[in-house]
Design a binder for this molecule. Structure first.
Ligand code: ADP
Ligand code: ASP
Ligand code: MG
Length: 439
């Protein structure tokens, strides 16, 4: 069971989580995010330190410390657990203050942003113990590890975790709840690192796969994956069933409820993932599994900050190896391509990381005329869109008829059809898709 930032965002929410995890009476592995807003504050502290502004950093640290100190008396009852937790948090904030004197690099930043999950899990376990729950705190830095390509190392994670759990299994009384930090890990060199923003979902599915969990539950502040972005569109509805690939497409193309890489470990281990609402624990939510619902369009998502690049070349006509040369340029700048559309005279591609755009353009110009459109957005329609199912293209196109479309991509998978449009048209495109496909 993984609980996100809002699910542990206040002392009352933490108490609700403790009640939820012990409800079934079965042993459960719990992954927690930092309390909502904390990781953002830790990033803000790091930004001040990069800019050599220790006063700015201190101000945020002091504000955060006052907030956490208020939580202690709301969360805990006994003097002893209050004292212990206060002492622990004081050490944490002094640790954060210690950075303001030193050289600041991404290594220090990673140690700082790791503290949110370290604090939330410590507070939760102290509360559970006070409530008489047999809970143990496992340090994710002891078993979550990434390899030299910054990818999680599932074999290492599985072996380490098995050894740790075996140690507890041999004890006299079996723990009811194992609690650990989401998001944080060590890299191949043993340094503190993380699985990128929103990465606690990824921690949960990696652990679920490593321990062979019955299911992986992602508890958040909404009743499952909705059929469109609820922050933008009115009247969105939860989707109760998603295939692994459908969920992965939606997460990758902007459905913030799920971290894009989270689906993979669960899919390989064949473990269903359920998206559930901490505020409404009885709501059905979304189950992600191997089941495909025939011919059904499930949901729409949007991904911003996309750049489209077109290269036109008369030499492309009948030239073997042209695409390889073009793609190699992107590869050499570690820039992944999302969408690709080709014609006889040119190719259009979309990227979401434009940090090497200048260099890429300079190299592409050797092969033809290059044009760039920035401020674009990918709209992705997801469902069982196998090419033999007829009619869905027409329905989707019809919903997009008022929107200028720069690129269309279909046929790469059986699960999506994507459009590249201007960011300013995103809202009306999403609304129109909802009105036409789901109303
Ligand atoms: P957590 O902190 O629990 O990880 P997140 O903020 O990462 O929660 O994800 C939940 C949020 O994702 C929701 O509050 C919602 O605003 C947003 N969201 C975006 N797209 C969708 C979608 N298609 N379905 C459900 N929620 C979505
Ligand atoms: N706390 C981290 C973040 O805010 C990880 C997570 O919540 O999943 O990005
Ligand atoms: Mg999240």
């Amino acid at each position: 069971m993984k609980f996100g930032g809002t699910s542990v965002g206040t002392p009352q929410r933490m108490k609700d989580v403790a009640a939820l995890v012990t409800k079934s009476g079965q042993p459960v592995f719990v992954v927690l995010s930092a309390m909502s807003g904390t990781t953002n504050s830790l990033v803000e502290i790091s930004d001040y330190l990069y800019k050599k502004n220790p006063d700015g950093a201190h101000e945020v640290i002091n504000m955060l410390e006052r907030k956490y100190m208020r939580h202690v008396s709301e969360l805990l009852e006994s003097d002893e657990s209050r004292r212990q937790t206060t002492e622990f948090l004081k050490e944490e904030f002094n640790y954060l203050r210690s950075f303001t004197k030193e050289l600041f690099t991404s290594f220090e930043e990673k140690s700082i942003v790791a503290q949110g999950e370290i604090m939330s899990t410590n507070m939760m376990v102290n509360y559970m113990k006070e409530q008489g729950i047999n809970a143990v705190l496992l340090n994710a830095l002891d078993f979550m590890r990434t390899d030299k390509n910054a990818e999680p190392d599932p074999i290492y994670i599985k072996q380490k975790l098995a050894a740790i759990l075996e140690g507890y299994a041999q004890g006299e009384e079996q723990p009811q709840v194992y609690v650990t930090q989401g998001f944080i890990c060590r890299n191949a060199y043993g340094e503190v690192d993380n699985l990128l923003r929103g990465g606690s979902d990824y921690t949960a599915s990696l652990i679920g796969a490593a321990i062979g969990a019955e299911e992986i539950q992602i508890w958040t502040d909404i009743d499952g994956m909705h059929n469109n972005d609820p922050r933008i569109v009115d009247n969105t509805q939860p989707v109760h069933q998603l295939q692994f690939e459908e969920a992965a497409e939606l997460a990758y193309f902007g459905a913030k409820i799920l971290h894009p890489t989270c689906v993979q470990p669960a899919k390989y281990a064949g473990i269903p993932v359920r998206l559930l609402n901490t505020m409404q624990p009885d709501a059905e939510g979304t189950t992600i599994s191997n089941t495909t619902e025939y011919g059904k369009i499930k949901a729409v998502a949007a991904k911003d900050n996309i750049t489209a690049i077109k290269i036109k070349s008369s030499r492309m006509l009948l030239a073997t190896g042209f695409l390889r040369k073009v793609f190699e340029i992107f590869e050499s700048y570690q820039t992944p391509i999302d969408m690709v559309c080709t014609s006889e005279v040119g190719v259009s591609m979309s990227i979401d990381n434009s940090s090497h755009l200048g260099e890429i353009m300079d190299e592409l110009k050797k092969y033809g005329t290059v044009t760039v459109d920035t401020g674009m957005c990918i709209i992705c329609v997801v469902g069982d869109l196998d090419w033999s199912n007829i009619g869905f293209e027409t329905r989707v196109m019809d919903a997009m008829k008022e929107v200028p479309v720069r690129m269309i991509s279909y046929g790469g998978s059986n699960y999506n059809i994507s459009f590249l449009i201007r960011e300013e048209d995103k809202r009306r495109a999403l609304q129109s898709l909802s009105d036409n496909l789901f109303a």
